[in-house]
Design a protein around this ligand. Structure first.
Ligand code: ADE
Ligand code: ZN
Length: 338
């Protein structure tokens, strides 16, 4: 196994499913709480970590939204994103498409521009210092209504050059993609890429809706697609990538054991699977740890690991020439580590 560990470390990678607010480590949470005079419901960093036991997605979301209350000023968003990008660089991540949840902040009175400016400044500095490329995908919170999402899109369009796409996250059950048909149509008309969480806890019909009604180019998670053969056929034929997050699925009890993670069946059915960290500060691992855990549990071969990494680049929004260059480099490094 140690040679696959080395392989995972050495391969250049993409991360296509990371909620930047989910990279808020307890140490930074405490530092920002102090700086901003925010009271946290935990006495210590250790107590925060101990509270991270989740029975399902909603248990996690309740804690996640409370955690982000320490993010107030532009420099808080900068510190958050810079810390993540520095950590991603350690894992040899070269390209990141970063989700953020503006409504998690605007509903607390933080200006949209404060969030985007802080994140964008960190992205520019990380590119200069580490060579990591990153861009922003704004997610709508699906437990809120579409009117709220429309207002959020209005705010985003004033920062159009700083945002590459829109996504859909938060509580999945009871909030089907069709609830957001109009706002996604507007986002597409504005030239934004569109993606959505679907099939994490929700049924395969939510994945169909994400494809047919929202017009997504990727599906975030997509685990429950496997319950529907016709859907699997469609995803495979159209090479719609799934941004899979193994440790998240384990910690949110979407699966009960990593050895039964659906990624093995997804690969066997020819789906374009990618591996990502989702909310690494909450789920116990950044992207390489997700690769390592799923490699050990599913006994992934070296070729399978390389194929998953390649899927990430293929499914990314990198410009054509940069993508070809990154894949050529991936192939070179893969050959050199044989
Ligand atoms: N927001 C942050 N992480 C999420 C997840 N795994 N599912 C849905 N919404 C989220
Ligand atoms: Zn997610």
């Amino acid at each position: 196994m140690s040679d696959t560990r080395e392989l995972i470390q050495r391969l250049p990678k993409c991360e296509l499913h990371i909620h930047i607010e989910g990279s808020l480590e307890p140490e930074l949470m405490f530092a920002l709480a102090k700086r901003n005079h925010v009271e946290l419901p935990y006495p210590s960093v250790e107590a925060v970590r101990r509270a991270y036991h989740f029975g399902n997605l909603q248990d996690f979301l309740d804690i996640y939204y409370r955690g982000m209350s320490v993010l107030i000023a532009e420099r808080d968003f900068y510190d958050l994103a810079f810390a993540y990008l520095q950590r991603a660089h350690v894992d040899n991540v070269r390209h990141v498409e970063m989700f953020f949840d503006p409504q998690g902040h605007t509903t607390r009175g933080i200006a949209f521009g404060t969030v985007v400016d802080g994140l964008s400044r960190a992205i520019a500095d990380a590119k200069r210092q580490f060579g990591v490329e990153a861009s922003l995908i704004m997610c709508f919170l699906r437990h809120l209504d579409e009117t709220d999402a429309q207002k959020t899109l209005d705010s985003a369009l004033a920062f159009r050059d700083k945002i590459v796409g829109v996504g859909l996250d938060s509580s999945e059950r009871g909030h089907p993609p069709s609830k957001f048909a109009h706002v996604f149509a507007r986002a597409r008309a504005a030239g934004l890429f569109v993606t959505a969480h679907a099939g994490e806890e929700g049924p395969p019909s939510y994945v169909w809706e994400a494809l047919d009604i929202l017009g997504v180019g990727r599906v975030d998670h997509g685990n429950r697609s496997l319950e529907d053969e016709a859907l699997v056929g469609r995803l495979a034929r159209e090479k719609i990538a799934l941004t899979v997050c193994p440790l998240s699925n384990l910690r949110l009890r979407v699966i009960d054991d990593l050895t039964r993670h659906p990624l093995r069946r997804m690969l066997d059915k020819g789906l374009a699977v990618t591996v990502n960290s989702d909310d690494p500060a909450y789920f116990g691992g950044y992207v390489n740890e997700n690769y390592r855990a799923v490699t050990d549990a599913l006994r992934l071969t070296r070729d399978e690991i390389i194929a998953i990494v390649r899927n990430g680049f293929e499914a990314s929004l990198m410009p054509v020439a940069a993508k070809a260059g990154a894949i050529a480099e991936l192939d070179r490094i893969a050959a050199a580590t044989e």
